[in-house]
Design a binder for this molecule. Structure first.
Ligand code: GUN
Ligand code: ZN
Length: 439
């Protein structure tokens, strides 16, 4: 199948957007998809004449084809927590989130929410994600079972928490070990799935349980590590009380060997210079969750100091502390967080962070995050006429940056015209395929 349209894919971080070598943009592009992978990409006038005359072509007009969005921090079991009472983190966890997560010991409930979650991701153009399940192994089986049926590239794991939470939501160091190992062996590396060792955050894991996480990380070097870090003032004071010997919150995780490539820490608002440098040197990355940080009043992630320390980050939704599944809405809030600190987030960089930038944090670039030949064909089509206002504003756009800024300022799920997984359309009105390939 060939897809025609306006095509954008990143090569490197565009920074302020001035570096035209950081992306490939074909205003009248064509992309050949074969066996679920991108086979060729370029201007339609160069690609089409080389192909057999009878090859089916889907024409997306002037709509914008992009790699699918990648969300590096989201809780599927909090799909029904979005918009709960807007307290700060610790009250929000106790009053709403833990209450909801209890329901995921029921496999039937977990399956129902997992299906809703994946439908919602598809509607919002998110094709891969790094996902918190709950403490229940049933929640992980339900998640990966649904992801496997949809052939998604997904990363997730069982939450480890053995203290400072309701008793019926706590496991133990021994259960954390046995259950994680069984799940790692069942799901890790199956088709497009990856396992993440997932201690919830330092306050809800005993030292003995963090030791278990450390051993799991050693025994499964290919596994991801996923947790929360330095999100909220009360949380940070609590970590100081619980781990008085640690130099910082980050140092707790570091002390247990939980910093390395493929380790992703959500929030990272209140780090110091030494923390940022240590995190960067370890290969770990941050997930900046603007809608969550604003909804829960947690604080402002500092993009410029992260850049100065060489700490890589991507932009993530953190549903259900976050208030939207939609990456366009999330990028817009990220730009506002930058603005509040006298910084900027260029539109090109915003879209990079939601695609290739996120894939790089996961060390999955080469597989997802670009439309380069050999990449997996997970891509989306953004509708430049999704609303009368978007149509009017994009028609007047003078540049690619203008178009992207308008999409992230005004766009939401209505702008996601279609979502494709391994070349197969999973969301949107099926586009008519013709065979006319006259450029
Ligand atoms: N810290 C520990 N658990 C959570 C959670 O579920 N959401 C957020 N935003 N922060 C956390
Ligand atoms: Zn979270």
């Amino acid at each position: 199948m060939v897809h025609r349209g306006q095509i954008l894919s990143f090569v490197s971080d565009p920074g302020d957007g001035a570096d035209a070598a950081s992306y490939q943009h074909f205003p009248e592009g064509a992309m050949l998809v074969e066996d679920g992978r991108i086979a060729a990409l370029g201007p339609a006038a160069a690609i089409l004449p080389k192909l057999p005359r009878d090859i089916p072509v889907t024409d997306h007009g002037r709509n914008l084809l992009l790699p699918g969005f990648i969300d590096n921090h989201i809780h599927y079991a909090q799909s029904d927590v979005i918009g709960a009472g807007g307290r700060q983190l610790l009250d929000w966890l106790n009053d709403y989130t833990f209450v909801e997560e209890r329901r995921f010991g029921d496999p039937e409930h977990a399956r129902e929410v997992a299906d809703f979650f994946f439908d919602e991701l598809a509607r919002n153009g998110t094709t891969s994600a790094l996902v918190f399940c709950t403490v229940h192994p049933e929640s992980v089986d339900a998640f990966f079972g649904a992801a496997a049926r949809r052939r998604l590239r997904m990363i997730a794991g069982k939450v480890l928490m053995d203290r400072n939470a309701p008793k019926d939501l706590c496991d133990s160091p021994a259960a954390a070990d046995t259950e994680s190992r069984a799940l790692l062996e069942r799901w890790g590396g199956q088709d497009r799935l990856h396992y993440a060792i997932t201690p919830r955050f330092a306050p809800t894991s005993s030292p003995a349980q963090l030791q278990v996480a450390a051993r799991l990380a050693q025994d499964f070097p290919e596994a991801f590590i996923h947790s929360h870090l330095a999100e909220n003032h009360a949380e940070i004071l609590w970590v100081k009380e619980l781990f008085p010997a640690a130099r910082s919150y980050l140092d707790v995780y570091d002390g247990y060997g939980l910093l390395r490539e493929r380790a992703i820490y959500a929030h990272c608002i209140y780090l110091d210079e030494a923390d940022r440098r240590r995190m960067a040197a370890s290969g770990a990355a941050a997930a900046f969750c603007p809608t969550s940080n604003l909804y829960l009043g947690s604080g402002l992630f500092d993009l410029a100091v992260s850049d100065a320390a060489g700490l890589p980050f991507s932009v993530a939704t953190d549903v259900g502390g976050g208030s939207s599944f939609n990456m366009l809405r999330t990028l817009d809030e990220a730009r506002k967080v930058a603005r509040l600190q006298g910084e900027d987030l260029s539109p090109l960089r915003a879209f990079y962070l939601a695609t290739l930038g996120a894939a790089r944090c996961l060390r999955l670039d080469g597989q997802i995050g670009t439309l380069e030949p050999h990449s997996e064909a997970d891509f989306i089509v953004l509708d430049l006429e999704a609303t009368p206002l978007i149509a009017r504003r994009t028609a007047a756009a003078q540049s690619l940056s203008d178009t992207l800024r308008i999409l992230m300022t005004l766009g939401d799920d209505r702008a996601i015209k279609a979502t494709y997984i391994l070349g197969r359309q999973v969301h949107g009105v099926p586009a008519a395929a013709g065979m006319s390939r006259s450029a």
